[in-house]
Structure formats: C-alpha cells, structure tokens
Write a new protein. Structure first.
Length: 248
C-alpha cells in the first residue's frame, strides 16, 4: 500500500527536522537458497529458457555488484542479522561494474520476513565525501533518505564497514513482479577506502557456492517456483554482509 508519511527527527543540534517521505517502498517477499556450482548450472539453464534476462546486464547476462555496507561501532546491523531481529535495516552505497559512474545510497529494511528498499542517487563527489566523513552536505539535501543517513551517522556513529562484491545473473518475470538472481564469486576487501576504485586483490568468501534469490510481490507464480526448485534445498537466511564480515 502506498502512503505519505511525515516524521520528525531531532538532530544533534537539538533542531527538529521534518522529513516527508512520499510513496513509501512496497514490502516484498525474498527467498534465499545457497546452492552448489552444479545446481547453479542447472537452474541457470532452466531460467534462460523461460525468462528474459535483466536488460542492464552485459552480453553474457552477468554484471558486477559492488556494495559498501555501514554499521555502528557496536555492530548493530550485524548482530541484529545474526539474532534474526524481526525489524532491522542496513545502509549501503552501491554501484555496478568497474566504473562508479552511477552510485546509489540504499536502505534495506526487513520486517516480518518481508523486505523493502529505498534509494537515492549520489554523485561521485558526494560518495567521496561520505567515505571521508565529510557529511554535512547530507543535511542540506531535500532527500529524506540522505537526511536520515546524516542522522544515523551523527546519532549512532554509523560508519562504512565492509565491501561486498559479487557477479550477478538476473532474470525477470512480469506476473508477480518477480526477479530471480544468481550471485556468484562473493568477495570482500581488507579496507573500505578503495571502494570507488576497487583494487585487484580481494578475499574470496563464497566457498564455491551460489546464492539464489527470488523476490516477488503478493504471489510467486508456479512457473517460477518450479524453475528455481532444487531437490533437498530449503529457504535459508544467508547474508552476504555477514559472510564478508567474518574476514574483518
């Protein structure tokens, strides 16, 4: 359901700032399965025969996803994930491929087993400022998500924590607004400083497995359910962020 919400946030200066959030993001279902390379090949071939690929992918249907996740000094996001807290959130910067020409700030929200995502476009210079702690410009923004990030940085000491990078193969299906992704070659880096120009050296964390994700709105069509079916595999709660945090 779409709605308009008005909230008040008290900044560290004591000045209340009104944030008007229009068209709150829709909560969707999200299923995850950790599958083997052999199972990956079977599912990928099956999906390719049934559904169109993501139009933003390269000629081989795969693109690189690079994300920088934020967390508090007490690891609030990580600990809530491990504990399975019903309502939790994560902030991240994200761009695709080798060049950070299109960067977004994203906030992912989990509630009652459903997920939602809000995003805002950032310029390269704005992303650089965030990485160096020069965040005053966020407060001057008219975007509610940027102002919220400023509030969390000042109030909860939210900081860049871990880079999560992987190759994604994606398929879409109109009925149910379904998106199926196969994420491979999960890796991280020893430092967040090089996020906008990732170095060659990285730490492999996927252990040869693939993360199969299925996102949909109100219902999952049977044709999709059958296409992603893998014998003896149950829906899991795999977190790329948590997996990469093991290498801090």
């Amino acid at each position: 359901m779409m709605m308009t919400m008005t909230t008040t946030t008290m900044m560290t200066t004591g000045t209340p700032i009104m944030m008007i959030e229009k068209n709150a993001a829709l909560f969707r279902h999200e299923l995850k399965h950790q599958i083997t390379s052999a199972e990956d090949r079977i599912v990928s071939e099956r999906l390719g025969r049934l559904f169109p690929r993501d139009s933003h992918a390269g000629p081989d249907g795969v693109y690189r996803v690079n994300s920088l996740y934020f967390d508090t000094p007490e690891d609030k996001a990580l600990l809530q994930k491990i504990a399975g807290t019903d309502r939790r959130e994560k902030f991240r910067l994200r761009y695709y491929g080798e060049s950070p020409g299109f960067i977004r700030l994203e906030k992912k929200i989990k509630k009652g087993g459903l997920c939602s995502k809000r995003s805002a476009r950032l310029t390269y210079k704005q992303a650089e400022k965030i990485l160096t702690g020069n965040v005053d410009f966020l407060l001057e923004s008219k975007d509610a998500l940027l102002i919220e990030l400023y509030s969390k940085i000042r109030g909860e000491m939210l900081r860049p924590r871990t880079i999560v990078s992987y190759d994604r193969e994606a398929y879409i299906f109109g009925p149910g607004n379904v998106r199926v992704t196969l994420d491979r070659n999960l890796c991280t880096y020893t430092s967040c400083k090089g996020f906008l120009c990732l170095p060659a050296g990285h730490l492999e964390t996927g252990e040869g497995t693939t993360i199969l994700e299925v996102k949909y709105d109100a219902f999952l069509p049977d044709i999709v359910r059958m296409a992603v079916q893998v014998p003896d595999r149950k829906t899991g709660a795999f977190s790329k962020y948590a997996a990469c945090r093991r290498y801090d």
